[in-house]
Ligand binder design. Structure first.
Ligand SMILES: Cc1ncc(COP(=O)(O)O)c(C=O)c1O
Length: 939
């Protein structure tokens, strides 16, 4: 209908004058939002047909019934025309006017918290209750979207689906559907809305910001059918765009059940019906868009195919168990597997496949058969334990827990039936029926055929390369076996569905004494001071690292973007081997004479320019800075020190006093009288920006001014070459040379703190100060030197070192011990031998470019900066206000998606990026994609 025709209908039949018309999408109706001069809003529906059309009259019945029965449920109401009827004939159209409901389409609500999904289920339940006794008009029997006819609907669309994966997924859903279709006649029936989809539901944020349901639209599909159709359809669309579709489904079912108690038979069909409904949606709109380009159709199915792909991975029996648990149904009695005869001859020992297992130390477990070769044993791994062999980046979908027991046996070894059995399935899995449960055998080459019987001790077949045995209690697993690995979150449900096969296999697991994350956190609380904070509100229990990846107890992998200490990669095998070799030979203190210390001191000093040639080997960066401060004060005979505002230099009493990041931060008591701050040369927030070519000189002028203002000249100026904890602050060109000159002119020493950024990280130079063309008097270094082993150092000139020798001994119990020196040597060998500095330059430049692209797309990204593999992403809101809470939320969400990054900076709003130097371009891509998704989800 044209706008002018709409205007005519409105004024003639409703006495309304539209000042605005907005055409909305719709499957068959022409839907228009109307705004009148008084600011009233309506939904106008124009449908081709006659006012006697039974479908339109039926919709009128449904709306009137709902208005009467559940006035509190926000469903649009029909507005009668002047004639009193609510259907108006206009040319070939029937026009209806409905009240306008406020809110955002459910599909466009940024995230659906469990409470909102539960409310969705409750509203669906209320509609179902209200409609239960509505008499059905003659002629209203079924339509394309009728869930009972999903197979027919899917089959008409399937020929248009060309993607083989999609076709396979639909076939699987159809097999689920077929298995439950025979039950429909037995299920409770009634009239239902039948279309609680994410374009038909509206939500609005409440006073506290939490989203509440604000409307249900479109009764066009209302039907007398199985009552469970209502909740199945709501579940279907609630699963769209969800990383954990089952959790969303559970919330909706629980809500519905709280209003309309569901029967056990209904619970069993919800998931197959919901999946079938999504397949109807996907295939129907694929067909319709193929037949005629249809933007509405594309929008309707955009998220459906990906959701179907995710949903087919969920076993319907698992979904049913989840719904039963959510609705308070009792768990079925679990049979206890036992064996009348041994499956294999000889004992089996337990092989620990969990991520913490010693088995993987020094082993590339991703190499096929590496574990089997390494154990060489006949063994078994424990049921429902996380396996590093199944490790995946953390996500709601990652399946890292082994379901059942894996057997490690020589290939070809015969396996025998533990109990009397009937073969119910052969092929990829051998499925045996026992008296009160089934056993499922993967990787067994069996001569048995379906229907055959096997007595205890009879040969089942020969072991293949990868044998796994499961026990299940539900017949649903015969038609479709369970997965070999499951999500850690589903372990409680699988415990019900799949008992431990250990007794069946004669494989007795030893007790397990490992602490879990809750235990560890609680001990940290009781045994540590609160000031020793842990990362993350919901931390993970890390049990292993390798390269750029960290792994937790559940087998979730985390891409590590912040550990610059493990410079050459987590658990680098060459470093571990060097440490183990030296630890097995000799470890003592540096007052004894041994070769390693000479070799390391020479090697370390060779990385520095003249005249930096004398080393003190210590254990931490704090200790290094503490010593540097002591040297500077003693050598100059002065006490005052200049520091950059925002800097952090360590945790001893002395260096806390030169760390504005601490003494000005929470709990800080201010600067000691001998500490003098200079302006942080921050070109994003400071007075001189990126566009000022003289920013370096201007910020350095402040150093000169502070020096000039001192009562007595300074002992030292200390600065990082790129400020780390202050928030990845890049010192502008010319800053350090001018600052050093001003300090030296006053007789002070210049200290470069390379603890964070040294050892090739900045890419263009081995040490950060070299990127500024200066040579300091004292250099301090730490974190990366030992790849996690505590090695730190102070390197200075012969002249300064000699002046420090007043006769007082300097002794460090651990600094420079033989093990540290062996590790330090190996780290330098790897950095230089593997070209990691050049790698940092290359990957870092790519990383920075990638982050700049991301910045274009997200207003919350205020600035990206850095050099080599030391980068920062500054998050802001409303211009440049620091987005501190958002930065923490991003870090938490990134962690939940398997990427570790954390806020730092003066305002804790800069995401620091300083990964192990083996971070590659593919890791950059993963990081950027995850950050992009997280920033979108938090909008
Ligand atoms: C620049 C800088 N200097 C010194 C330190 C202190 O090093 P450590 O923690 O090894 O004592 C740190 C630690 O983060 C640092 O960032």
């Amino acid at each position: 209908m044209k706008p002018s025709q709409i205007q005519t209908v409105l004024s003639e039949h409703y006495g309304l004058d539209a000042v605005r018309q907005e055409v909305l999408g719709g499957e068959s109706d022409h839907n228009v939002r109307i705004v009148t001069a008084d600011g009233e809003e309506f939904l106008l529906k124009a449908t081709k047909g006659s006012t006697e059309d039974v479908v339109l009259r039926w919709q009128t019945d449904v709306l009137a019934h709902l208005a009467e029965r559940v006035p509190q449920v926000p469903v649009s109401r029909l507005v009668p025309a002047r004639s009193g009827d609510s259907l108006v004939a206009y040319g070939p159209y029937v026009v209806r006017l409905l009240t306008w409901l406020p809110g955002t389409l459910f599909a466009e609500v940024p995230h659906h918290p469990p409470a909102l999904l539960t409310e969705l289920g409750q509203v669906a339940g209320r509609l179902t209750l209200a409609l239960a006794d509505l008499p059905v008009r003659d002629g209203i029997t079924s339509h394309h979207w009728d869930v009972r006819r999903a197979r027919d609907a899917i089959e008409t669309g399937l020929p248009f689906v060309t993607n083989e994966n999609d076709r396979g997924n639909v076939a699987r859903v159809l097999s689920w559907f077929d298995r439950c279709a025979g039950e429909f006649g037995e299920l409770p029936a009634g009239v239902v809305h039948h279309d609680i989809n994410d374009f038909n539901v509206l939500a609005e944020p409440g006073d506290g910001g939490e989203w509440r349901l604000s409307g249900v639209l479109d009764v066009g599909d209302a039907l007398h059918t199985i009552r469970v159709a209502e909740v199945a359809i709501a579940v279907a669309y609630a699963m769209l765009r969800k990383e954990d579709p089952l959790a969303a489904a559970v919330a909706v079912v629980a809500g519905f059940h709280s209003v309309v108690p569901l029967t056990e038979s209904e619970l069993a069909v919800i998931f197959p019906l919901a999946a079938a409904r999504l397949c109807v949606n996907a295939t129907t709109w694929t067909r319709r868009t193929a037949e005629a380009e249809d933007g509405y159709g594309r929008a309707r199915m955009r998220h459906t195919w990906p959701a179907v792909a995710r949903i087919v991975r969920i076993h319907p029996a698992l979904a049913e168990a989840a719904f039963r648990a959510a609705c308070g149904f009792s768990r079925p009695e679990s049979p206890r597997p036992r064996a009348d005869s041994a499956v294999v001859s000889g004992p089996l020992t337990e092989i620990d496949l969990t991520p913490a297992s010693d088995l993987y130390d020094g082993l590339d477990w991703t190499e096929p058969h590496a574990v089997a070769r390494a154990t060489g044993a006949r063994g078994f791994s424990r049921h429902l334990s996380a396996s590093l062999l199944a490790a995946e980046p953390r996500s709601g979908a990652a399946e890292t827990v082994q379901l059942g027991i894996r057997l490690f046996l020589p290939e070809g070894e015969p396996l025998r039936a533990p109990l009397a059995a009937k073969v119910e399935r052969t092929g990829e899995q051998l499925v045996l029926r026992h008296q009160d449960f089934w056993s499922i055998w993967w990787g067994v080459d069996s001569p048995l055929g379906t229907g055959e019987r096997a007595e205890p001790g009879a040969i089942l077949g020969k072991a293949g390369a990868d044998v796994q045995v499961q026990v299940v209690t539900a017949p649903a697993f015969v038609a479709e076996p369970p997965p070999r690995h499951v999500r850690p979150a589903d372990v409680p449900l699988w415990t019900i569905l799949s008992p431990d096969p250990a007794a069946l296999l004669g494989a007795a697991p030893a007790g397990s004494a490992r602490r879990d994350v809750h235990d560890i956190v609680s001990v940290r609380r009781s045994r540590f001071a609160r000031s020793q904070r842990a990362y993350y509100r919901r931390p993970m229990n890390l049990v292993r690292g390798r390269g750029v990846w960290l792994y937790d107890e559940d087998g979730f992998g985390y891409l590590d973007a912040i550990n610059n200490v493990t410079h050459v990669g987590h658990a680098e095998p060459r470093v571990s081997a060097a440490a183990a070799r030296q630890l097995a030979k000799l470890n003592t203190n540096s007052r004894f004479v041994y070769e390693g210390i000479a070799a390391y001191a020479e090697r370390l000093c060779a990385t520095l320019p003249d005249p930096l040639e004398v080393a003190f080997l210590v254990c931490t960066g704090s200790e290094a800075n503490d010593l540097a401060l002591r040297i500077a004060r003693q050598v100059t005979g002065r006490t005052d020190v200049l520091v950059l505002d925002g800097a952090y230099h360590g945790n001893t009493t002395a260096v806390t006093g030169i760390s504005p990041n601490r003494y000005k931060g929470p709990g800080g008591t201010g600067a000691p009288p001998t500490t003098h701050e200079v302006v942080r040369p921050d070109r994003y927030r400071g007075p001189y920006g990126y566009d000022d070519p003289d920013a370096g000189a201007r910020y350095a002028a402040d150093v000169a001014a502070v020096v000039a203002g001192l009562d007595s000249p300074p002992a030292a100026f200390i600065a990082e070459s790129l400020m780390g904890t202050a928030g990845t602050i890049m010192l502008p060109d010319g800053y350090l040379p001018a600052a050093f000159s001003a300090v030296r002119a006053a007789g002070g020493l210049c200290i470069s703190d390379e603890v964070q950024v040294g050892v090739g990280r900045l890419g263009s130079a081995f040490w950060g100060f070299e990127t500024h063309g200066v040579v300091p008097d004292i250099v301090t270094m730490g974190k990366p030197l030992g790849n996690g082993h505590p090695i730190a150092a102070v390197v200075t000139t012969r002249e300064i070192a000699d002046a420090f020798d007043t006769g007082m001994k300097y002794f460090n119990t651990f600094g420079g011990n033989p093990v540290s020196c062996a590790i330090g040597q190996t780290v330098l060998d790897i950095v230089q031998g593997d070209g990691l500095q050049e790698h940092a330059a290359d990957v870092g430049a790519y990383f920075l470019r990638t982050l700049h692209e991301l910045r274009e797309r997200h207003a919350v990204v205020g600035d990206v900066r850095g050099q080599g593999l030391y980068l920062g992403i500054e998050l802001v809101r409303d211009g440049r206000e620091p987005a501190t809470a958002e930065a923490m939320a991003v870090a938490e969400a990134m962690k939940d998606r398997g990427v570790i990054v954390y806020p730092t900076g003066v305002h804790d709003n800069v995401l620091k990026i300083k990964p192990p130097m083996v971070f590659d371009r593919e890791h950059v891509t993963r990081f950027a994609e995850t950050l992009d998704a997280v920033l979108l989800s938090l909008r």
